[in-house]
Design a protein around this ligand. Structure first.
Ligand code: ATP
Length: 240
């Protein structure tokens, strides 16, 4: 079941004033596909996700969602078209409760009964959040915070969800739970997912495909099982 969410990235070149960090990056995501974005520290994963969200500007290239060009749109207009980014780090509001954080995510998207339905849908999917509704962000464990960041993105019903290293700093069992929850959410909602991760094994375990970046260029784009089995590639770019 898919609701769109086809992403086409073509020839993206992005820099921060100096030499480019991404050099003509291009690949596609089919609706409902889960794609792992892999590569060493500094390969350009964060820069690519920020460019997709409109937080970094490309000097050339295009980004299109379901055939509509997003390249010149502002971040909020991209969000309205259904693109959501879960940034790296702990992006939940520490002073607000779990419930307030989720409301914040739904505020601009839904009103009234639709807002309540969207929030209830997230609680249904994330048991631990439902139990901690009234806890403040700063009282949550790292895993709960990451789950809240994910939940807050989901209340806006994105068609394309990009996540920047959600596993960072989490214990292996917590990572496994987060990944399976993400996979279930993607399947249930027919949502396309672009998952930037240094935790290659975890990301490939739920991904259909993997795209490997090295020094700002795509060096591999293949089914997840093929990437996991490619020893040469693993040694060269993925560090295992
Ligand atoms: P990480 O896992 O560390 O986030 P990454 O693959 O996400 O790595 P980026 O964060 O996109 O890589 O960084 C790619 C390159 O761009 C690095 O060389 C980094 O130093 C540089 N860079 C990132 N952000 C900025 C910035 N705001 N200003 C200047 N250079 C930057």
């Amino acid at each position: 079941r898919t609701r769109g969410g086809a992403l086409s990235i073509q020839g993206l070149t992005v820099g921060y004033g100096g030499a480019p960090v991404l050099h003509g990056v291009g690949f596609d995501l089919a609706p409902g596909e889960v794609v792992a974005l892999l590569g060493a520290n500094g390969a350009g994963k964060t820069t690519l996700l920020r460019t997709l969200a409109g937080l970094a500007r490309s000097t050339s290239g295009t980004v299109a969602l379901d055939g509509q060009d997003l390249t010149t749109l502002r971040t909020e207009d991209r969000a309205r078209r259904g693109l959501a980014l879960v940034p790296d780090g702990q992006s939940v509001v520490a002073e607000l409760t779990v419930d307030e954080n989720l409301r914040l995510g739904a505020l601009w998207r839904h009103r009234g009964a639709a807002r309540e339905r969207a929030i209830a849908g997230v609680y249904d999917m994330f048991e631990p959040l439902a139990r901690r509704r009234t806890s403040a962000g700063h009282q949550l464990s790292g895993g709960e915070r990451q789950m809240l960041a994910l939940g807050r993105a989901l209340v806006a019903d994105p068609v394309l969800l990009a996540l920047d290293e959600p596993s960072l700093g989490l214990a292996p069992l917590v990572v496994a739970h987060l990944m399976s929850t993400l996979q279930a959410a993607a399947a249930e909602r027919g949502m396309t997912v672009l998952l930037a991760e240094q935790n290659v094994t975890s990301a490939l375990s739920i991904a259909d495909r993997g795209v490997v970046l090295d020094l700002g260029r795509v060096v591999a784009d293949a089914p997840a099982t093929a990437l996991a089995a490619d020893e040469t590639l693993r040694h060269a770019y993925l560090g295992f």
